[in-house]
Design a protein. Structure first.
Length: 281
């Protein structure tokens, strides 16, 4: 990508972060930390990579995305809104009783959502099914899944990892949002999943390590995954929880807490300042 393309993606990602924060603030509840850490990956997939169309969101030949860490729906809704799947003004209705934008993604109610997720560990299994269906139907669409690092403490993830390798699902690419923190603190202290790369390699996955906030690295990893035959790919993306908001970065307390008005206004101000900096580059 050239500098202008990267800049454009950064603008989109910052808008996604602003919408994720607006959602959580308006609801007075939600998960901002992990939503901010995964915003760049979602932005790249919806803005540049995936074969999707907001006006034909259920096209059988489309690429699929499963947000296995479904509690980070604010980022998914932001990415979908930024890509034209839903009105941006609806973001502020997040988690309201009469809203279609609830705390976890709903494939029946939200345009562009490919799988209802929430119970951790289950999304990657659903992605496996989609990828296997593509193989059986001789379709060329690709399936993307996004896992959390705390999520891989779930045993079902490893059953799914074994399944994907066994069926040689080389049309499946999973991102692991490795921000190092879960609701109870440091993942290595709660239930240490490391070394994550070696474990997935032992399950016969191709593993790529990247910076989750570097669009050129994200692109290179996605392109590399397409060249891998006979096995699924894991993109182990080192990220920063709360990325883009100074007081949220690397703070486990922002896993599932909503900012008050002062904190929200500070966060938006920081992101707006970053947008202004991008415009003068």
């Amino acid at each position: 990508m050239n500098a202008e393309q990267v800049k454009e993606l950064k603008v989109h990602a910052t808008n996604v972060r602003k919408m994720a924060l607006e959602a959580v603030y308006s609801a007075g509840a939600g998960h901002p930390g992990g939503s901010l850490s995964v915003a760049d990956i979602l932005t790249y997939l919806y803005q540049k990579e995936m074969r999707v169309n907001p006006k034909d969101a259920k096209n059988l030949d489309r690429d699929r995305l499963v947000l296995s860490k479904g509690h980070c729906s604010p980022a998914l809704y932001g990415a979908l809104a930024e890509a034209g799947f839903l009105p941006k003004e609806d973001i502020k209705t997040f988690r309201h009783a009469d809203s279609y934008l609830q705390g976890h993604p709903d494939m029946k109610g939200v345009n562009g959502v490919d799988m209802s997720t929430g119970s951790l560990g289950q999304g990657i299994s659903a992605a496996n099914g989609m990828a296997l269906a593509a193989k059986m139907d001789k379709k060329d669409y690709r399936v993307y899944a996004i896992l959390g690092d705390g999520e891989i403490e779930e045993g079902q993830v490893w059953e799914a990892a074994m399944f994907a390798a066994h069926y040689k699902l080389d049309n499946l690419t999973a991102f692991l949002d490795f921000n190092g923190l879960q609701i109870d603190g440091d993942v290595t202290e709660v239930m240490n999943p490391t070394p994550i790369d070696k474990k997935f390699e032992a399950f016969n996955w191709h593993v790529i390590l990247i910076d989750a906030h570097d669009f050129n690295q994200i692109e290179a990893a996605v392109e590399e995954a397409k060249t891998i035959k006979g096995k699924p790919t894991l993109i182990l993306a080192k990220s920063i929880k709360g990325k883009g908001v100074s007081y949220m970065e690397n703070q486990a307390g922002w896993h599932g807490a909503a900012p008050n008005q002062e904190q929200y206004e500070q966060a938006v101000s920081e992101l707006d300042r970053y947008l202004a900096e991008l415009e003068v580059r």
